[in-house]
Design a protein around this ligand. Structure first.
Ligand code: DX5
Ligand code: ZN
Length: 218
């Protein structure tokens, strides 16, 4: 069973409420929200206020991906805004274990993300503590980039590391996920597919979800 999480980064922000509602009606499983600070990644996007607006638009879980430095400073702001999953980057956390537990102590799910070139060994010790492992399949910062092929192998390795550690963490894949490669990524071990441009670039989200579910046999 694979979950679909459209990234609102590629949505029309002038109609954000409607865009999220249309995604929900189309049958998506969660809403992915990309928070960028212009330091960790070369782009500035969304803050807690937009997460709060998204919270009002839907009851679906909000999957908030923090691409920011010092994420520990903003955890309670995003929890208050309505995040249900909060994911931090291993490259941005000096004390990753402390940050993960800071998130979990607030009663929500904790995720850890890796840039494409960051080795899985950096999260090996924390796999049993986390709810989600986010494998970036593009260098974070922008929507609409191409999936980096070596990430297929990384997803397979991530899945087997999780199973070996008896962790319940879900494997989420983010960046360049499209109708054409969704099946291969899922077969490699992804439990959650983030889709930005491939989803919001479509005219009819319902039709797209039908095609996607057919491709994934779900
Ligand atoms: C990239 C973001 C992604 C992005 C994905 O930095 O983390 O979530 O929105 O967009 P697509 O699916 O267009 O690659
Ligand atoms: Zn993301």
């Amino acid at each position: 069973m694979v979950l679909i999480a459209p990234s609102i980064l590629s949505a029309d922000f002038g109609r954000l409420d409607e865009e999220i509602k249309l995604a929900e009606e189309a049958g998506v499983d969660m809403i992915h929200i990309d928070v960028m600070d212009g330091h960790f990644v070369p782009n500035i996007t969304i803050g807690p206020l937009v997460v709060e607006a998204a919270r009002k638009a839907t009851n679906l879980p909000l999957d908030v991906h923090l691409m920011i430095t010092n994420p520990e400073k903003y955890i309670s702001d995003f929890v208050k805004a309505g995040a249900q999953y909060l994911t931090v980057h291993v490259e941005a956390c000096v004390h990753l274990h402390r940050t993960v537990w800071q998130i979990k102590e607030q009663g929500i799910k904790a995720g850890v993300s890796l840039n494409p070139a960051t080795s899985l060994t950096t999260v090996e010790e924390i796999l049993q503590d986390i709810d989600l492992l986010l494998i970036m399949s593009v260098n974070p910062g922008f929507g609409g980039q191409n999936f980096i092929p070596f990430c297929i192998d990384k997803i397979k390795k991530a899945k087997s590391m999780i199973l070996n550690k008896f962790s319940n963490a879900l494997v989420e894949v983010d960046g360049g996920v499209k109708l054409e490669n969704a099946r291969e990524i899922t077969e490699a071990g992804a439990d959650i597919l983030v889709m930005g441009s491939a989803f919001f670039g479509e005219k009819n989200y319902k039709e797209f979800m039908e095609k996607l579910k057919k491709t994934l046999s779900i």
